[in-house]
Design a protein around this ligand. Structure first.
Ligand code: PGA
Length: 262
């Protein structure tokens, strides 16, 4: 049975001092089920990693970065390597977030190299995948997702799939008024799992965890988690308050309990 996940990316928010306060509040309001049943992560901006690492040490919350470079070191001004992130206490690294694709010219070819480097440093990549509004209206969503996986995971074998998180983040639903409809999300998650099955076999498809992100709120979390192929939620705005994150984590934890019983 796949362990469910609740995580948040802070984007360019929450500096170091605020990160410590956020962590203290989150740890005081996370319920027991969330702590016991879920993988929990927070992705602060680089300059808040140190404070977040100290504040979440020995807690069930893992920290990660929002980006990295693919090389180990060298003349890459302004960049940070996977080994540096691991040394800073990161367990995770987010790759291919739509804002990086849209504003920084990131491509899945770069993402492939970053993912390989992250795996070499034993970071868990959180690989974002998602179609644009135009892809969706042309009925190309599943083709685009298959293409993104094909490039980003080109160098991976079946045995590495359990160590990679896939995050389905439709680009049109990020920072939007509403999340993608739960049935639509469920179809895309099924399609993603079937691409993994075709490329890496049934075991990898059964093991790989696929989380959903894009305008998740406490109000829509239960419906999104009602689908067995949705293995967790990846939250932006609604989890920038620790209480919001704890509330969503509790809903994911309830889904985990329900799945255990069924
Ligand atoms: P949002 O952000 O929840 O604010 O839409 C999600 C994301 O960027 O992953």
């Amino acid at each position: 049975m796949r362990k469910l996940i609740a995580g948040t990316g802070w984007k360019m928010n929450i500096g170091a001092a605020e990160a410590a306060r956020y962590a203290a509040r989150l740890l005081s309001c996370l319920d027991a089920a969330s702590r016991d049943l879920l993988d929990l992560f927070v992705l602060p901006p680089f300059t808040s990693l140190h404070a977040a690492h100290a504040a979440f040490l020995s807690s069930p919350v893992g920290i990660g970065a929002q980006n990295m470079h693919w090389e180990a070191s060298g003349a890459w001004t302004g960049e940070i390597s996977a080994a540096m992130l691991a040394e800073a206490g990161c367990k995770y690294v987010e790759l291919a977030h739509s804002e990086r694709l849209q504003h920084f010219g990131e491509t899945y070819e770069f993402v492939r190299r970053k993912l390989n480097a992250a795996m070499d440093s034993r970071l868990t990549p959180i690989l974002c995948l998602g179609e644009t509004r135009q892809d969706k209206s042309l009925g190309r969503a599943d083709d685009v997702l298959a293409e993104q996986i094909g490039i980003a995971l080109a160098d991976q074998s079946a045995s590495s799939l359990p160590a990679i998180m896939l995050a389905y983040e439709p680009r049109w639903a990020i920072g939007a008024a509403n999340a993608a409809p739960p049935d639509y999300v469920a179809e895309r998650h099924r399609a993603l799992r079937s691409v993994v099955r075709q490329r890496y076999g049934a075991q990898a498809a059964g093991d790989v965890r696929i989380i959903y992100g894009g305008s998740v709120t406490p109000g829509n979390s239960e419906a999104l988690m009602d689908h067995p192929d949705v293995d967790g939620l990846f939250v932006g705005r609604a989890a920038w308050s620790p209480e919001g994150f704890a509330e969503i984590a509790a809903i994911v934890a309830r889904a985990a309990m329900k799945r255990k019983l069924s």
